[in-house]
Design a protein around this ligand. Sequence first.
Ligand code: GDP
Ligand code: MG
Length: 177
Amino acid sequence: LTLPPPRTRIFKIIVIGDSGVGKTCLTYRFCAGKFPEKTEATIGVDFRERLVEIDGEKIKIQLWDTAGQERFRKSMVQHYYRNVHAVVFVYDVTNAASFRSLPAWIEECKQHALGTEVPRILVGNKCDLQDSVQVGTDVAQQFADAHSMPLFETSAKSPNSLGDGNYRNSDHVEAIF
Ligand code: GDP
Ligand code: MG
């Protein structure tokens, strides 16, 4: 008797936030292991995958990247928000407006049944730009607490700047996932 090989389970994670916060760079970093040399503005929806092994089981992590500013057309929205296992909200620590947009993104997810019942995390990206920070850790942590999400401050660009204590919860983007 030969058993068929076990099917790889797929975990779909959507990455949401304003245009320019670094969603494409973060997903690229996670799936390709490096910062992309150049990125083009994401058009519509795109996804990247990475196989990880958890407890001896191979699991495919599928990160869905989007064009932040554009609201998708209705047909696309349905596709995007279907069968989601987790949501990553991203803001740019050097851009206060991207932080102020978060309630609207959270609300949009709730409208698609992605509220507190799915794992959601908050990610402050670009922590390598320490001189330009506009969104401090305290205010971000308060917001994260109010929305029952863990906060990770990180950088898609320089994730390994160890020793300065600046990327508080995570100094490596992989720790997010
Ligand atoms: P998206 O629109 O959210 O997908 O943002 P992108 O991933 O395209 O990044 C927007 C810009 O921010 C690009 O110029 C990136 O090179 C830059 N960027 C992204 N992540 C980081 C980061 O962690 N640190 C710095 N310094 N720049 C970043
Ligand atoms: Mg993009």
